[in-house]
Design a binder for this molecule. Structure first.
Ligand code: UDP
Ligand code: MG
Length: 321
């Protein structure tokens, strides 16, 4: 088994793949510790551009490159999950294809893991100046929100650039949770961890595959997959509403005894609308959790593997031994 597997989820990255292959290969081939004993598992998440052809071409001259193609686009997190199942290394790193996470940090991560004897090394974005202001502020909101919702051991600004031991990967693969958000699931295991800080670079080519709708989806999955704080919030809304109602009851009784009945059209409308809105909100929150339970019960796989280049090689290898 290789010492290190590098899992790279890829969707329509034909512009950036040659650059990635060059930089990643240089780092991995020149690492004296690895001595060429690694595999790169590129998970092609149903690309529709030239990515599959390009990957086959790259594979011809890069024996450590392995391609796992998914039958249809499954999304970033599911693609990484597929890679984690496929990876065979003693250590497994996950890395975005777009070079925003510089591959040069990988040897530092491996060294830190071995030196400190930990299971997980988080790549922490020390410098995010290359991200847009919008991305940075939404990210800040995400990490603050998740911590407030109870994910206390979530390392700040740690995305999906991380190194995990075999034991960690086995633990993640064994989770029954379907729509898992790995950046939350991995810290929640509570395995010994350390961080390596790096500078987030700008995407050299291609464009982001994370439109706003996907970012919202990731946040909702993160929150509902991790915390029941929103359900508790519904209880607090209910309690608050009850107290306000009590106050209003007192006010109404006093007004009635004093003789001037309230001509309160405005207040009535405001109360009805306000309570209605809160009820709908709570119902929506409940719906998110019920939906999660529903999809977990259905147990549908979140991705389908079309082929794994390793399996194409296998008969060949058998005949050689
Ligand atoms: N990606 C993927 N499937 C998707 C969306 C994205 O495999 O459905 C990959 C993409 O090719 C990249 C990584 O996930 O390697 C992160 O995506 P991107 O860089 O577009 O996200 P951003 O950095 O803008 O958050
Ligand atoms: Mg990116």
């Amino acid at each position: 088994m290789p010492q290190l597997s590098v899992v790279v989820p890829v969707l329509d990255e034909e512009e950036v793949l040659p650059l990635l292959a060059e930089r990643l290969r240089r780092v991995l081939d020149t690492s004296p510790e690895l001595g060429g004993d690694y595999e790169v598992v590129v998970v092609d998440d149903g690309s529709r551009d030239g990515t599959p052809v390009l990957l086959q071409r790259l594979r011809r001259e890069w024996p450590q490159l392995r391609v796992v193609r998914l039958r249809a686009n499954a999304g970033h997190q599911a693609a990484i999950s597929a890679g984690l199942v496929a990876a065979r290394g003693d250590w497994v790193a996950t890395l975005d294809a777009d070079l925003q996470d510089p591959p040069e940090v990988l040897p530092q991560m491996l060294a830190a893991a071995r030196r400190e004897g930990v299971d997980v090394v988080y790549g922490v974005r020390g410098d995010r100046r290359s991200d847009s202001a919008f991305k940075r502020s939404t990210a800040r909101l995400f990490y603050a929100g998740m911590r407030a919702a109870g994910a206390r051991d979530l390392p700040a600004d740690a995305g999906d650039y991380r190194l995990m031991s075999r034991a960690t990967v086995a633990a993640v693969n064994a989770l029954p949770e379907a729509h898992r958000v790995l950046r939350l699931v991995v810290p929640s295991l509570g395995f010994p961890a350390t961080t390596v800080s790096y500078r987030r670079e700008a995407r050299p080519a291609g464009r982001s595959k994370y439109p706003l709708a996907r970012m919202v989806r990731l946040s909702v999955d993160s929150l509902t997959g991790f915390s029941i704080a929103p359900l508790r919030a519904a209880t607090w809304f209910g309690l608050g509403g009850f107290l306000v109602a009590l106050g209003l009851l007192g006010y109404a009784l006093v007004s009635k005894t004093l003789g001037h009945t309230v001509a309160g059209w405005t207040s009535t409308v405001v109360i009805v609308a306000g309570v209605g809105a809160i009820q709908l909100l709570c119902l929506g929150v409940l719906g998110e959790y019920v939906g999660r339970i529903y999809s977990t019960l259905q147990g549908r796989p979140t991705y389908h593997v079309a082929y794994d280049s390793l399996e194409e090689q296998a008969p060949d290898r058998q005949s050689r031994t």
